[in-house]
Write a protein that binds this ligand. Structure first.
Ligand code: NIG
Ligand code: FE
Length: 421
């Protein structure tokens, strides 16, 4: 007798399970296993089978989803966002196109500091509602797991407010969230002459953040005019002692040696890396630190030099991709757009890109054993795409290709009837 399960997806044109024993690099990022004419079985929120048609033979389900020959993949993982913030910064776009740089805007009290002002002023309820709005949009683009950073408070009360909001968001909407404490995101105006004292105050928050389980990672902006490499080393070492996984905003604008620092401290990820040196890249390959590349940010900052993804992959660095969603340098929730920019400007192939937004992205936020792959026993997070094959997503850019999103085995987004593309 057939075994009864909750849901069976049939008639899948192409299935990417992204099965992998760990994060991928080098040629193994190119090695994409595509199953044609496939099926997926789901029971009790978990994958029962994911493979070639026939795997469903001994099963029956009340809920049969006919995928109509569409592409099915794991839900996407966005491993770098700043999605809890007050206000918005549309006025800076005009300043930018008139020639003012990101760091100039910051030095004049705008940029991150303007968002700090609005985040300090916002109530917890306002931030929660705004967070819900952005997450709903992320989900509609196929993201089912994401990282979220604090860092728009730069003082205890607001940093905790942001982290509490992130925790509530995790508990109250479908996307799984992993939180990062980024109290060291900028130097607040009141501390501009005493960055070390400011860092000390941020470090004092770590034990309580840990105790309240408000963040798994700590992150710092290592950049000209923000924190130096030696300040970053001190801050991150202490965070590691307190039990946090490490992340660094490294070599985003100026090449300061952030990649080397990430490797030295065995950070889980180093993010941005536009200016990473050859030695930094080599050392990251050896330490296993995952590169989270954010080409949408380079694009939106209006720069022409992008992170050297090809050199990184060739050197053996595990590369992933993220939106960096934030109100200043990357106002987009759309990771599909990032996939197109990665193809065009990072020269990553479609096969590498799919690894970068699933398996590698999950490992970059400590969720490699839970998210980013479809295999028996894993949580059933998957996307049915309005696309005939996996190459189609980075190729046809700027639109939403999602047909349906299934999170924890449940249909949470259905764009049935939406205009194709
Ligand atoms: O990753 N570089 C620092 N932090 C963010 C930008 C935050 C903001 O501009 O509000 C980034 O680019
Ligand atoms: Fe960022």
């Amino acid at each position: 007798m057939a075994k009864q399960i909750d849901t069976i997806l049939i008639n899948i044109g192409q299935l990417l399970t992204m099965e992998s024993s760990g994060p991928r690099t080098g040629k193994s990022m190119q090695d994409l296993h595509v199953i044609e004419d496939a099926v997926v079985g789901i029971d009790n929120q978990k994958i029962v089978f994911a493979g070639k048609k026939g795997a469903e033979a001994e099963y029956a389900a009340a809920d049969i989803i006919d995928c109509g020959g569409r592409l099915v993949t794991p839900g996407l993982v966005d491993p770098h966002t700043h999605l809890v913030f007050g206000g918005s910064r549309e006025k800076e776009l005009n300043l930018k196109i008139q020639g003012m740089s990101y760091l100039d805007i910051l030095a004049q009290g705008g940029g991150i500091l303007s968002t700090v002002k609005h985040t300090r002023e916002a109530s917890e309820e306002e931030l929660l509602q705004k967070g819900h709005f952005h997450l709903k949009r992320m989900l509609s683009y196929g993201t089912t797991t994401a990282e979220v950073k604090s860092g728009y408070g730069l003082e205890k009360e607001t940093e905790f407010k942001q982290l509490r909001v992130a925790k509530k968001l995790h508990e109250s909407q479908p996307i799984d969230l992993v939180s990062t404490f980024m109290g060291a995101h900028a130097i607040p105006p009141e501390d501009k002459d005493s960055p070390d004292e400011f860092l000390d105050r941020m470090l004092e928050l770590l034990p309580e953040i840990k105790e309240k389980e408000l963040a798994a990672f700590a992150d710092i902006f290592t950049e000209t005019g923000v924190f130096t490499v030696s300040q970053s080393r001190r801050y991150l070492k202490k965070a590691a002692e307190e039990g946090f996984g490490l992340k660094i905003h490294a070599d985003e604008i100026d090449p300061l040696g952030g990649a080397e620092l990430a490797a030295e401290l065995r950070a889980v990820s180093a993010d941005h890396l536009v200016g990473a040196s050859d030695e930094g890249i080599q050392q990251m390959a050896e330490s296993g630190t995952i590169a989270v590349l954010l080409p949408g940010t380079t694009f939106y900052l209006g720069k022409h030099t992008y992170a050297r993804a090809r050199d990184m992959i060739d050197a053996g660095v595990r590369v992933s991709l993220a939106t960096d969603f934030n109100p200043g340098s990357s106002p987009t929730e759309n990771i599909q757009l990032i996939m197109s920019i990665a193809a065009l400007h990072l020269k990553m192939t479609a096969e590498e890109i799919w690894h970068a937004v699933t398996v590698n992205a999950a490992y970059a936020i400590g969720k490699g054993e839970e998210a980013g792959q479809l295999k028996p026993g894993r949580t059933a997070d998957l996307v049915i795409w309005e696309a005939p094959n996996y190459m189609y997503i980075p190729y046809h850019y700027g639109v939403n290709h999602v047909h349906q999103v299934i999170k924890d085995g449940k249909l949470v987004i259905s764009r049935e009837g939406a205009v194709l593309g």
